[in-house]
Structure formats: C-alpha cells, structure tokens
Design a protein around this ligand. Sequence first.
Ligand code: PA5
Length: 435
Amino acid sequence: METIRFDIEHIQKFVTKKEMEQQTKAALKARETLLSGQGKGNDFLGWVDLPAKTSAKMMKNLREDVDRLASISQYVVVVGIGGSYLGARAVIDALEYKYLNNTGFPQVLYAGHTLDEDYYAWLLNKINTADYSVVVISKSGTTTEPAVAFRMLKRHLEKKYGKSGAAQRIVAITDKSRGALKTIADQEGYPAYVIPDNVGGRFSVLTPVGLLPIALAGYDISALLRGARNMRKICIEANTIQANPALLYAVVRNALYNKGKKVEMMVNFTPVLRTFSEWWKQLYGESEGKEGKGLLPHSLSFTTDLHSMGQYVQEGERLMFETVMSVKKSNYRASIPNDKQNLDGLNYLLDKNLTEINHCAEQGTVLAHEKGGVPVLRLELPKVNEEILGQMIYMFEFACGVSGYMLDVNPFDQPGVEAYKKNMFALLGKPGYKL
Ligand code: PA5
C-alpha cells in the first residue's frame, strides 16, 4: 500500500528533541482522551469510525442515485456551505486532472456557498437550457445561504420539469429528524440521506455529504473510503510518531505553536490541491480557533504565489511555518520541446520532465524558507488519487482531534460562527433578533 508520510528534516533546527518528546507525550494522552470518548465534545466522535462502518446498503443506494441522476443530468448543482460543501469540492477539484476523459458523468456546480446575486444569475443562466439535478446538503436544515439557494433552484426546477419531475431530480442530505430541509424532503418525497447526529459538518466528508457529490463527479468513493480505512488503523494503533503521521503532525504543529509560530501555511505545488487547503482551513480554523487560542490556518499555491507572497514568506515577520503537500508522481507527462535557437535559454531543461522541474522548485523553496527562518514540514503524497485523498482526509481529521485536545479546547464545536448570523438576522429584520 502506498502511504502518505511526513518528512520533518526541515523543522528540526526550530524545535529541540526535548520539546518533541514533551509534545509526543501530550499527543499520546490526547489520543487516549479522544479514543476513550471522555474528552470535550465527545458527542461528536462519530467520524472516528465512519470509514470502517460505511454500510453496503448505503453504498448501493448511492450508486443507484448516481446512475439515475447521471443519466438525466448534464449538471448537478450541489447546494451547501462550510462542512456541507468543502470536503466534496476538495476531492472533486483534486481529481480534476486525473481522468482526462471522464465521460458519462455530470459536471458538478455549486450553490449555497455564497449570497452573491451575480453568481446566481450566472448559475441560473448556465443551467437554464440544460438538464440538471440538485443535491441539497444541510445538517441543520436551517442555514441561510443554502436555504436561499435551494428555494431558488427548487422553484427553477419545478417550473422546468413540473413538481413531480423536480422531485425526481432532487436528493436531500440532512439530519434524520430535525430541520426545515427534513420537513421539505418528507413532504415532497425527495430521496434523502442522513448525516449522523454524532458527526459535525467539517468531519462529514466521508458520509453521503461528500460521497454522493464525489461519486456523481465520476470518482471512486470505494477507493476513497479504503484509503481512509487504512489510515484509521494507523492513527488508532501506531504508538510512535515515526509510524503515526497524525500523531507526528499534531506534535510538530503544537511544538512550533509553542515557539511562537502562530500561523500555519498549507502549501501545494499543484493547483488541484488548492481546495483541499480550503477544507483543511475550515477543519483546523473552526476546531482550534477558540478561547483566544489556535494556529491561524492559511494557504498558498506555489510556484504561483512565490511570485506574490514569496517575498513575505522569505523576509517578513517570522510568525509562520509551512506544511508542504509534495506530490511525488504525476499521472501524465508533458515534455519541453527542443528549440534550436534557444532564445529563452531553456534547452538545459530538455532532459527533464515538468515534474522534475517542479520538484527542483519545491526543493529550492524549502531550503530557502528554512534558511529564512520558516520551518517546513513536508507531507509526501505518492500521487493524487482517491485512495491517497482518503488517507489525507482521515489523517488530518484524526490529527485535528488530537491537536485540539492538546490545546485544551473543544475541537468539535463552533460557537463563534453564530455571532455574524445574529447580526445579519437583526439587520434583515428577522423577528426576535436585535443588534
Ligand atoms: O462544520 C460545521 O459545522 C459548519 O461549517 C457547517 O457545516 C456549516 O455551517 C453548514 O451547516 P449546515 O450543514 O447545518 O447547513
């Protein structure tokens, strides 16, 4: 089995052996707390066992819905925000270049992740003359952004296909018994999937929340779950930081945080992983950013951002470390053409493929940043595919639980998210709200 692994060579001069040992003890204790179910937020630990417990019946239902919707849809609009959006999009975007001819599947579009009016004008214009379906995802069933988007899309679908035709094209993913979306789905007879009570939004990518959109986009959710399952075993059973990437990650980020590195920058050298960083940002930002604590998760795409943010990273305030997602093998080759004139001076690269050049850019960057005072943790991915993404998702989730407990916060709630909503409701005149 090909497995992701961390390389800690470029953080070593920033933390002592003793600090690593102290954090390792704390991480092992935090893992014990997590697995014993005795820690803060312990009613939201359903994600720990998800990949091992996915039922054959649910997988069959998912496959049937994928076949049905794919056969009648040019587009599928996935409606959701935050944890009900980012995981699916992270995987779908990451696999964008893997299959060059992924025919027979609808194109996935998104809604409910923004309130921008022009976006909806663009979206409705795009789907107006095309066949499409909607997957609406909201655990609470009451979140304003997806509720607004779904109301518009439901009306559009009903006008286009009639009420019963629309009902054939809508799938709801929501709580098993509560919330407006559940009531609408029951009333209109939409097929529905349940988000388990004990799985919070940002930990829900391996439930139908992520699995249905990913499968609709044409990707292999069995391989995704297999990767997560294999990583779960490692995270739960391996007792050393050398053998357990989740423990190692939690140890390194806490050791660096304690040394004043308050910002973690998730870096990719392939644009397809950009949305994966967005998913990771929500996972860690929402889980750890509380009680005046927590590393600020930030992200950069290199080499693109070396030409915009590179200056700051190299010489700005020394408040950050980097976690670099380093992809070993590309799926395809693109060679550099020979040019007799060699006016651009690139003929010295003719014996190299682009991946080798990208790796040299990465190596050069890592060495420069380390020298400039930025610790660099490298996460090596053998390649980008469903199985590796499944490993990454589970590893980051597990490490997040461990790291949150090391920080002594509840990693599974998000009380701060309510503040903007209350103000927005007051400003919109919703009954019962005041500024
Ligand atoms: O992680 C979380 O809990 C949040 O990001 C939610 O997923 C997000 O606010 C959407 O909530 P809901 O699925 O209830 O519409």
